[in-house]
Ligand binder design. Structure first.
Ligand code: SF4
Length: 209
């Protein structure tokens, strides 16, 4: 939507950024290119990686002989990465995929969870005290989350979320993002809890408190 000279308003999410020519909106997903709102991040990340012979994680390899599943292994699989707007969605997904399966028309509507809203719930099994509920959890001195309610005898950390990813300083956002990426990739991450303990956390490994 045009907002006067050099300015357009992105209406892809409730933030409604007013974006100058040549600049991107707050989420870096949309930009103003000579008065036109354009999408910045590729919608077909997996396909581009495939086209460039990039590394891919094998997926549904054993389904080639499967005869009746909703998702056939040999066909493209719609993931929803880069597909729509924001959370919570207040308008329909802008990308809707049509295909035919055994003569039947199929419509796939996919949703996207953008990274600025992502968070992790980390379950830590230890008898050692990590920190009181609500206390800040830090990585490299930046707050990346807080101690959440204990569950099933385990201490829980809530990491990430929009306030740490985009609501604080740039460093806070970068450190939060990196800590979550590292944890999701099975790497060890050192965390500290205010007025509590320091802990090395790694998926599948015992915590080192
Ligand atoms: S989608 Fe991104 S650029 Fe568009 S209004 Fe929301 S935060 Fe701003």
């Amino acid at each position: 939507m045009s907002e006067g000279k050099d300015l357009i308003r992105c209406d892809a999410c409730p933030v409604l950024c007013r974006i100058r020519d040549g600049r991107a909106g707050a989420c870096d997903r949309y930009a103003n290119e000579a008065g036109t709102l354009v999408r910045l991040d590729p919608l077909l990340v997996a396909q581009r990686t495939l086209d460039q012979d990039g590394a891919m994680v094998p997926f549904l390899q054993s389904t080639d002989d499967w005869d009746g599943s909703l998702v056939a292994g040999a066909e493209s699989f719609i993931t929803g990465v880069g597909a729509t707007t924001t959370y919570p969605d207040y308008k329909p997904a802008p990308f809707i995929v049509a295909s035919k399966a055994n003569g039947v028309d199929m419509i796939t509507v996919v949703s996207e969870g953008i990274f600025s809203y992502c968070g992790l719930k980390v379950k830590i099994d230890t008898d050692r005290f990590l920190g009181d509920e609500q206390m800040a959890v830090r990585c490299e001195g930046e707050q990346v989350g807080h101690v959440s309610t204990a569950e099933y005898g385990s201490q829980m950390l809530a990491l990430g979320g929009v306030r740490h990813l985009t609501g604080g300083s740039k460093k806070e956002g970068t450190v939060t993002c990196q800590a979550m990426l590292d944890l999701c990739q099975g790497k060890a991450v050192e965390l500290t809890v205010d007025e509590g303990a320091g802990v090395f956390v790694q998926a599948g490994q015992a915590p080192i408190v």
